[in-house]
Structures are given as structure tokens and as C-alpha cells.
Ligand binder design. Sequence first.
Ligand code: GLC
Length: 518
Amino acid sequence: MATKKTAAATAEKKPANAVKATPTQKAAPAQKPIIEKKTPASNKKILFVCSEAFPFAGTGGLGEVMGSLPQAINAKKSGFEARIILPLYESFPAEYRAKLEFICHINVPLAWRNQYCGLFKLDYKGTLYYFIDNEYYFKRPNLYGYYDDGERFAFLSRAVTELIPHLGFKPDIIHCHDWQTALVPIYYKLFYMYREGYGGIKMMFTIHNIEYQGKYSRSIIEDVFGIPDSEYMSIEHRGCINLMKGAIDYSDAVGTVSPTYAREIMDPYYAHGLENVLLKNSFKLRGILNGIDVDTYNPRTQPALFANYDEDHMAGKAKGKAELQKMLNLPVSPDTPVIAIVSRLVGHKGLDLVRAAMNDILRKNVQVVLLGKGDPDYENYFTHVQKMYDQKFSAVIAFNKDLSHKIYAGADIFLMPSKSEPCGLSQMMACRYGTIPVVRETGGLADSIVDCYNGDMGNGFRFSRYATDDMMGAIDRAVGLYTDYKDKWAGLVRRAMTTDFTWTSSAGEYIKNYKELL
Ligand code: GLC
């Protein structure tokens, strides 16, 4: 629900230039599913398992990464082919639904249950996606948040392991992401690895956020997960079932999404109780920084923008700012810095710092724009601030991709004071659009943003202590440079826009990791 009428026109803009076809697109014409082509015998096969992937299903960073990393691996053409498997949700976009190809259906055993499982495939930008169909589990308005999420994702994991012989693609590595897929390595090692057709598959598990671990009572181990109680200790942590702990122990390699976060999660401040599990497994833990899809987050071509621009033609950014101010009912003021927050409204994003510093921020000559949804406590608070300060603060309580592009492009400063941030993609998107991030030095924020000090280097502003004073210090530096040193600000914007956030080097790191694993 939006808290403010966003009446301004959102008419589609024609991109200034058409998006160039990527090498992968050229290599694999969309109309020909690649499953029909023979994968060269030398290609090693990676099967990604996840609960969301853009553009088919997504609620945040995980979906972004799953929507671009497999393509980046395939684009490398370095002897690895990545495919992805995920649920077919109710919200699956209609434009792709018609293109789905049915492969087969099987029955999946889950404890005493015997559940229907349909398998579909779709070739998207040269990468093959498999979709798991079961309307009882996945035909629901949202992706997550149901009383039986444990059972729903246990079904996903069991279905994936059962489907291996039906894919026409025997993986060398199964690469799982976050707790929803944690049961895949557990089921594999408990029930499948010695079965015919299943031998020798390596398991990799990537942690996108350690806060969500999949914790359940021991009482459901047999009834829901179908795991004998005698195996409880292998997935137990601190008195309950902990699926992420199980996956870390059962996997051959463990990854996370930035080098700094890989170190942080061995520290109790960041580990949400799993520090010892990670310390014990540190020999197989590796942090690889995410990239973003720079074709989508491209100010020169992104159709959602009010006006397109690039680092040599910045007029479109100024136009976008004015249109954004209009759209959000703020005074149109070209010289007032607009500070943006685009975030899930949850604790670890540092919103309690923003709340504590709100008066200090709004006392400055700035405007603040917030887009996001999450905890009702934050939603209510930001709605309230908007009512109090409607000339300076605008909140849209929603998840809205189109508007997020307009905000990344129309703002001047992007505030991301996360308490913890496994990687964070928004700071990269903001940079791409020439909006300067102010970030706390944690996780991927520390690995992607370099402080500009007096404006002559770097691509943003950083602060280290999780404290309002420190955050305000960084905001002051940003607002000061914006207001008083236009030339330096322009240089900073150019450096931010030209920072390399492509997947190229990170996809290479993944491939290196896969090679080591094999
Ligand atoms: C999670 C993390 C975020 C990361 C994303 C993709 O959403 O919170 O920091 O960028 O996953 O890995």
C-alpha cells in the first residue's frame, strides 16, 4: 500500500539506445531450448537450487542474484553450464507461463506423504530454468510467510533430489542457496548418494543471509522432514532443528556473498548463533562478492526512468530528480540533495539508526525519500514522519521495482547504514545511476564502496561504528560535498557510475571454486 498518492505520469519511456545483446543471447537463440542441444561432454554441470530468481519470482537480493549469476557463469564459456531449479509460484509472470514446456510429473515422498510434482522448463536468455509445480504448496499469493514454510521447502528440496534422473542433466555440483534449500545436501547425503544414477555429486551451499536459518522443533523431524529421529544430532543446533547448520555440515563447500561477510559470520555479533559451526567449517568457507546485472541497471537504457542518461550526458539525471520530486509531492528543488532509502524495512538494515537520527537529518537542507515494506513498526513510523514533515520526507510503503529505478536515478545520496549486510546490491545499483552511497563498513558494503575522503577518490562515504553520530558524520560529509564542491561531487558521481559492478570477475571466482571442488 502506498502512503502517498503517486499521481505523476509513469508513462513508459523509450530507451535512448536499445540494450545490446549479450554474448550468451547471441550464442543461444531464445526459441531453441538448450536442453535439446547436446551439452559438450567436457562441460561440467552446475544445478542451482533456490526459492526465487528474477524475472520469474523475486522478493529481493537473492532473486536478483539468482537471476543473473547463472547467466554470467554460462557467458564465461569456460566449460561449465549452469541451470536453475525453483518452484512455479502463483505469481509466475503470464508472459512466460505460455512458454513453459512440460517435461514430466513424478510423485515425491515426504515422510508419510506422496505428493504430485510437475516439472517444466524454459530457456531464458540462453540459460535453462526448471520449475517445480505443486499447487498445494506454491499456488499462494506470497512466496514466504506461511505456517507450513518448513514443509513447503522440504518438499522443494525432496523434489529436487527425486528429479535428478528426470532432468536430462546429471549435475556435477548442486549449488543451493539459503535455508529454503538446505535440505538438499542433507537429503542427498542421507538418502541418495549411494543410489544408482546419483553418485559423485558435490554439494555447495551459499549463505545469502545468516539471520534466516530454518529452525524447527525436533517434534517434526520425522513427520514433516522425513528424517529419522536417530539423525537428529546431525541437524541439531542449540536445542532445535537448524537446517542451515545441517547444510553447512553436509556440504562440500560453503559460500557467502562477500569476503568481509565470510569473516564476520565467524563472529558472534554477526553469526546469529552459528559462529562455531562456521569456525569448524572455515576450511570450506569462501566469500565471493555479488555483481549486478549492469544491462538492467543501466541509466542509458532503463525504460523505467523519467529520462535516460550516462556519465557523459547527465541532463537526464537532473530531469529525473525533478520528476521524482513532483511524483512524490516534494518541492521541486534542483539544489536540495535528495537522500534515498530503498530497503526491506527490517532491523538489520540499520533503520533504528535512521529513526534515532531522523530529526537531525531533517533539520538539514535535504529531502528524504523512502521506499520499502517490512516490519509494521517501521512502516507505521515512516508513515508518521511523512505526515509530520510532508515537505521534506516522502515514504512509499511498497515493493515497487519501477519506482525503485526512478529513485535510484532521481536521488543524489543513497543511505544504507546496515547493521549487517551480507553483500547488498542497492549500493551498486545507486552507483550505477550516479547516486552516491553512504554506507556502514560491513559485509559487502565494505567490499564495494571506497570512501572518497575529501572527494578526490572512491565512490561513496563510509562510517564504521554502528552509532548515529558516526552515521551523521558521513551524511554531513556527503551533504557538504554536494552543496559546496560541485566539481568534486561531479567527479565522485562519475567514479561511482564507472565502478565495475559486473559479474565478470565474481563469476570467474565461482568457476575457480567449482574447479577446486571437482
Ligand atoms: C540477501 C542479503 C543481501 C545480499 C543478497 C544477495 O538479501 O541480505 O545483502 O546482497 O542476499 O546475495
